[in-house]
Design a protein around this ligand. Structure first.
Ligand code: MN
Length: 488
């Protein structure tokens, strides 16, 4: 994981005297240290804030600190909230209000008015909560005892969503070629996306990539092929195709790294000068945490990179996915997802195989090498970002991935099979009603709640299709959302 950190800002005031403030500071430090041992990122105690200036100063510092991905506040005592207004109003980092208490239990014999004044989070956190509500601030409220594992999980999940905000604000996407001709859902307003999400989406010529490819050495290819062999089974005699994919991967990676890009897109309609659509190349780049979108879909590419960064160890099981075809047998209703080549091996149930097959679509002179595998079983989500004109909508659907119910021996690509919530047909009706794309990010380790938190922090619309969603309720929600977002 990168050097990310979060800051612990504790609210108090002068009313209780220096002894109470010393105790608050001592305990806050202890809590930050203990929590840092169990959270995915360090929580750094910063200040016990008692004045408007202390709060404003720490917010300014947080805004300009590249390592700080968010602040977590807590009020051990009462902390009058008018002194928080100037600071909070200028906060540009994710914000979590942690409503907790130093002691777990009320000590029956010990409790007196001094104890009450020192340990009044129940009181102080309400005052603190009001001002964020009044300021209409995007925030996460987490309540619970600070030593409880389920509280740690909630904070950890929020921290990862906040890291997703950081990655988003630094996102650069390298586009090779434009979007696939005539396709609507992969389009989007690149100025709006940069304003709202921070993404820098720009184009590079396929010719530049071909030039970079011709500079790749045989030795560079040899060493990447060795890495392929260590991670995947070779199930083809066509070593030229594997070497060609290695050359493509090395060239794409060099170009992305030199520009600081974490995501890329290309299209089969624009491969002039290349023998093969990058398949294995794109798949192995995704395995390293880069985002990818087919057919020029830069939105899904950037979102893939962000969700990977939000996952386990900063490169989780999240991947570019496409809804392909349905199995509609009653009681056995499933979606089959895949892509023409580019499915990330982080989804694989077993060790992937490298195969070569003819690819009829696009301008492939030669058969491209690709990784073929089945997706893992388990609970997951699919997520789609669409441009509604004037605003972005993030659609998230709960799914359950299953072992594909048939071997499909002639299908030459990686495949994932799942049951969408609430059931296949209602789920499809909901997805289509909301305008969700055929391209998604499928993730096993980022939750819908994390995507909701991310959408809130990015200030974009969030739609969640769950086991309880009905088409009727969703239609009403979308209608009201439309009104609400037009008023903003
Ligand atoms: Mn596609």
């Amino acid at each position: 994981m990168k050097n990310y950190e979060f800051w612990f800002v504790v609210g108090s005031q002068f009313l209780y005297g220096p002894e109470v403030l010393e105790t608050v500071e001592k305990r806050a430090k202890e809590m930050a240290e203990e929590l840092s041992k169990v959270l995915p990122f360090p929580l750094i105690y910063k200040v016990t804030a008692k004045t408007n200036k202390e709060i404003t100063d720490i917010v300014k510092e947080a805004n300009y600190n590249d390592k700080c991905c968010g602040i977590i506040t807590w009020c051990h005592t009462f902390s009058p909230s008018k002194m928080w207004i100037n600071g909070l109003a200028s906060l540009q980092k994710p914000y979590c209000h942690f409503a907790t208490q130093y002691n777990r239990e009320i000590p029956n014999d010990e409790i007196d008015m001094d104890f009450m004044n020192l340990n009044q989070a129940a009181h102080g956190d309400r005052e603190h909560g009001f001002i964020a509500a009044r300021l209409r601030m995007p925030r996460k409220v987490i309540a619970g005892y600070w030593k409880d594992e389920k509280v740690h999980k909630k904070i950890a999940d929020w921290m990862k969503a906040a890291v997703g905000v950081h990655v988003s604000k630094n996102m650069k996407v390298m586009r090779f070629g434009d979007n696939m001709r005539e396709v609507a859902v992969t389009e989007g307003d690149k100025v709006e996306v940069q304003t709202k999400l921070g993404w820098q989406v720009n184009t590079w010529a396929v010719g530049d990539l071909v030039k970079e490819m011709s500079a790749v050495t045989e030795a560079e290819i040899d060493s990447l092929v060795e890495i392929y062999k260590s991670k995947y089974d070779i199930a083809t005699d066509n070593t030229d195709a594997i070497r060609y994919q290695a050359k493509e991967e090395i060239a794409i990676k060099k170009m992305m790294d030199s520009e600081g890009c974490l995501a890329f897109s290309n299209t089969f309609q624009d491969l002039y000068g290349m023998e093969q659509l990058p398949g294995l190349a794109s798949q192995h780049l995704m395995a390293q945490g880069y985002g990818y979108g087919g057919e020029g879909d830069w939105k899904v590419s950037a979102l893939t990179a962000i969700m990977k960064a939000m996952g386990e160890n900063g490169n989780g099981s999240s991947a570019f996915m496409e809804d392909y075809t349905y199995h509609l047998a009653e009681g056995q209703e499933y979606s089959l997802g895949a892509h023409m080549l580019e499915v990330c091996p982080s989804l694989a149930a077993d060790r992937p195989r490298i195969e070569t097959h003819h690819l009829g679509i696009g301008m492939n002179e030669k058969d491209p090498a690709r990784l073929v595998f089945e997706g893992k079983e388990g609970d997951a989500i699919v997520v789609s970002l669409v441009d509604m004109g004037g605003r972005l909508r993030l659609i998230c659907q709960d799914i359950v991935c299953v072992k594909p119910i048939m071997p499909m021996p002639n299908l030459p690509v990686a495949r994932v099979m799942w049951r969408a919530m609430p059931d296949l047909t209602t789920g499809v009706e909901c997805w289509i009603t909301a305008g969700g794309a055929h391209h998604t990010v499928l993730s096993y380790d980022v939750s819908a709640e994390q995507m909701k938190d991310w959408a809130r922090m990015m200030d974009i619309e969030f739609v969640h299709i769950t086991k309880d969603t009905s088409v009727d309720a969703l239609e009403k929600e979308l209608f009201l959302n439309d009104l609400a977002w037009k008023l903003r």
